[in-house]
Design a protein around this ligand. Structure first.
Ligand SMILES: C[S@@+](CC[C@H](N)C(=O)[O-])C[C@H]1O[C@@H](n2cnc3c(N)ncnc32)[C@H](O)[C@@H]1O
Length: 178
């Protein structure tokens, strides 16, 4: 950590994603909700080869069953995006460890407890080839604590372009050393 410069920029999550998406080919998103971040990424880079979205969706259908990603499919259809996509409907800490592919852009914007953020960071790091973005590091102190611990233990595997922004929510951008 000590030799890594920290840069700051006045961006929000969408500004961060807009800038990183053109550098990516495969995108993993933990926490998709209504698709605002996904829309940002795909608008900035419609040529992404693959998108994987993980969310508990946290809403129930009218029959009381867990909600699924149907509204995201509708969004992608509206955008005219026909690329390869996969949905992980459920908790990231249980589902992401089953992935075996790699991603050059990962957004962690799901559960906000320390344990969930810590586990998401670990699991995503195993799949990351370049950027991991963590949202809400200011808004949610447990998320910041998990990011801070992660940077202390994994700092030598991060490149010198680690960058933290100071919007209301706050994002950490971790670039894996290549
Ligand atoms: C802040 S919202 C995501 C917003 C989205 N990234 C955007 O900017 O448009 C957080 C989402 O994470 C989901 N979520 C919460 N805990 C989760 C978990 N443990 N695993 C997967 N998704 C989770 C919630 O259902 C919610 O949709």
């Amino acid at each position: 950590m000590d030799s890594q410069p920290v840069m700051t920029a006045d961006l929000d999550l969408y500004g961060v994603l807009e800038r990183l998406a053109p550098l990516a080919s495969a995108y993993l998103e933990i926490g998709t909700k209504d698709g605002a971040s996904l829309r940002t990424v795909l608008t900035a880079n419609p040529d992404l080869s693959r998108v994987v979205c993980c969310d508990t969706w946290q809403r129930r259908t009218r029959t009381g069953k867990p909600a699924t990603h149907a509204h995201i499919e509708a969004l992608l259809a509206e955008m005219g995006w026909t690329g390869d996509r996969e949905y992980l409907d459920g908790r990231s800490t249980e589902l992401v460890p089953h992935l075996t592919e790699t991603f050059d852009l990962i957004l962690i914007d799901g559960g906000h407890s320390f344990e969930t953020a810590r586990d998401d960071l670990e699991h995503c790091f195993a799949l990351a080839t370049r950027f991991m973005v963590v949202d809400d590091i200011h808004l949610r102190p447990p998320v910041w604590a998990a990011v801070r611990d992660f940077c202390v233990t994994k700092g030598s595997a991060l490149s010198s372009t680690m960058l933290v922004t100071f919007s209301r929510n706050g994002q950490a951008i971790l670039e894996r050393r290549r």
